[in-house]
Write a protein of this length. Structure first.
Length: 326
């Protein structure tokens, strides 16, 4: 309740059902072909026992769902040598080279017919393809290094530098330097500043000159805290930028520390570096760290979305209000 999630219709007795774990990237250690070849009553689990995929009768599929996706003795189980499911945000970065290569290989048109690329822009495909989707605009003197993907109706500002393994969703504005990062749809990084090895959600606005560190000055492994009151975890990565949740905003000149997490719907407008972890729905300035007043948060989200002719859904409003009430 209170979400816009689509729920599967009840299975019919005659159905043959595929259960696919959404945390499986679809390539890499386990290729899609191996899943497609599963016969009825066969399943694949990873080394720790979590279900990756299964091909089952309706009754068996429902039994596994009711058991919390624990595979019972109703399927012939193939156990993988290691783990393939994404479990932490930085696993998206670990898989980015393989998944981007896999996805771009399926796209035959590199530049959509209705995309606009300025004659002075540079598309460097020496290390991989550059794909520019429908309605996107690449400004003068921008440099895009492959492999790279620019989504529908996204504006790459003049003189922007998108380095390899950068993925930008639809309806974004991107400027400055971006490297090895994923930016979701309707997000603005419209001015100068660096983002590397970062994961940025939807409806984010990064103020001018917001810059994120992706390397510790000790060159040691980056640790990341994912929720309040928990210990930081070793990402196993030397290069690891920020994880930035949906509806986050930063002020001009914001400095984001290596491996920082800024949780959903927080406004950060302080002159200091961001902390290792910033809780959701906070309003942070040099004057202090305050809860984001729910009505003010919703009004800002609505105003932001109206600029793109979008409306805040009741489900999203409900979720944001719950965050602000914590």
């Amino acid at each position: 309740q209170g979400t816009a999630t689509t729920v599967n219709a009840p299975f019919r007795d005659s159905d043959a059902v595929w259960l696919i774990n959404s945390r499986w990237p679809g390539c890499g250690k386990l290729e899609a072909g191996a899943v497609k070849q599963l016969s009825l009553s066969q399943a694949i689990v990873q080394a720790d026992g979590q279900l990756v995929a299964a091909h089952l009768s309706a009754a068996d599929a429902q039994a596994i769902i009711d058991a919390g996706f624990v595979v019972a003795q109703i399927a012939a189980t193939q156990t993988l040598q290691g783990n393939v499911l994404l479990a932490r945000p930085w696993h998206l970065l670990d898989q980015l080279e393989a998944t981007l290569k896999h996805d771009l290989a399926s796209i035959t048109t590199r530049i959509a017919p209705d995309a606009t690329v300025h004659p002075t822009a540079v598309l460097d495909e020496s290390k991989g393809p550059v794909v520019i989707a429908s309605g996107a605009v690449v400004g003068a003197l921008a440099v895009l290094e492959g492999p790279c993907f620019v989504g529908r109706n996204t504006l790459v500002q003049p003189q922007a530098f998108l380095r390899g393994h950068t993925v930008v969703g639809s309806h974004c504005k991107v400027a400055g330097e971006v490297s090895f990062s994923i930016i979701d749809s309707y997000t603005n990084k419209a001015h100068a500043g660096y983002l590397g090895q970062g994961l940025v959600g939807r409806w984010v606005n990064l103020g001018a000159d917001t810059t994120a560190s992706n390397l510790k000055n000790t060159y040691g492994p980056v640790r990341m805290q994912l929720s309040p009151g928990t210990d930081a975890q070793d990402t196993g990565r030397t290069f690891c930028g920020p994880v930035i949740g949906d509806y986050v905003r930063t002020a001009i000149g914001t400095r984001i520390a290596t491996g920082s997490v800024i949780d959903t719907a927080t406004m950060f407008a302080a002159s200091r570096f961001t902390p290792r972890y910033t809780a959701p729905a906070r309003f942070i300035t040099d004057a202090g760290d305050q809860p984001y007043a729910p009505d003010a948060l919703i009004a800002t989200a609505r105003a932001m979305m109206a600029r793109r002719n979008q409306q805040l859904s009741p489900a999203t409003e409900s979720a944001l209000r719950r965050l602000a009430a914590v």
